[in-house]
Design a protein around this ligand. Sequence first.
Ligand code: ADE
Length: 224
Amino acid sequence: MRIDIITCLPRLLDSFFEHSILKRAQEGGHVEVVVHDLRDYSLNKQRQVDDYAFGGGAGMVLTIEPIARCIRKLQSERTYDEVIYVTPDGERLNQKTSNRLSLTENLIILCGHYKGVDERVRTHFITKEISIGDYVLSGGELAACVIADSIIRLIPGVLNDETSALTDSFQDNLLAPPVYTRPADFEGWKVPDILLSGHEAKISDWRFQQSLERTQARRPDLLP
Ligand code: ADE
């Protein structure tokens, strides 16, 4: 899989993809993340990529020319499954969307900034708009990292123990059950006996029950 991220703050993203699972995923050949500096596609001497909004109003708007140049160059090199724009007014990200996107071949993620992008970018280039929640960030970079992270860890083979993604919260519309590790008794706070019993079927039933109770208590909206 390949993910191309277009941003005017490339250095913010570079460090994020150089660590832990994301680094291993790239070294293992599961994914290639390529960050593009939007300013490299500006024809302006000052490498400007934004301008005042027509009609007035506060805030700068990302212009269409550098974005069009960058997206068209990428699209001339390969076919993209989606051209994603991260924006607070997009469709809210959930595990189902991440699962689907983890099975695609090539993705572009465009990070917004300032007051957003010229609407014609959204109309003519963007195929999917995603928000990571009902709050406004100062730019789309963090949102792009969140989306890429949630996708990359789901690519088959990326996690060491593949079943660990299968038991994530939200994977079956259920929150994950509680987990424990050694010591079995910390100052009298004990691990549930069932987990020490070695009885696999009973442990599995217990975990499912715990997931169900936790989901009912915390996120009843997830249950049918
Ligand atoms: N850009 C700014 N805020 C955002 C959000 N909540 N989700 C996605 N992109 C954003």
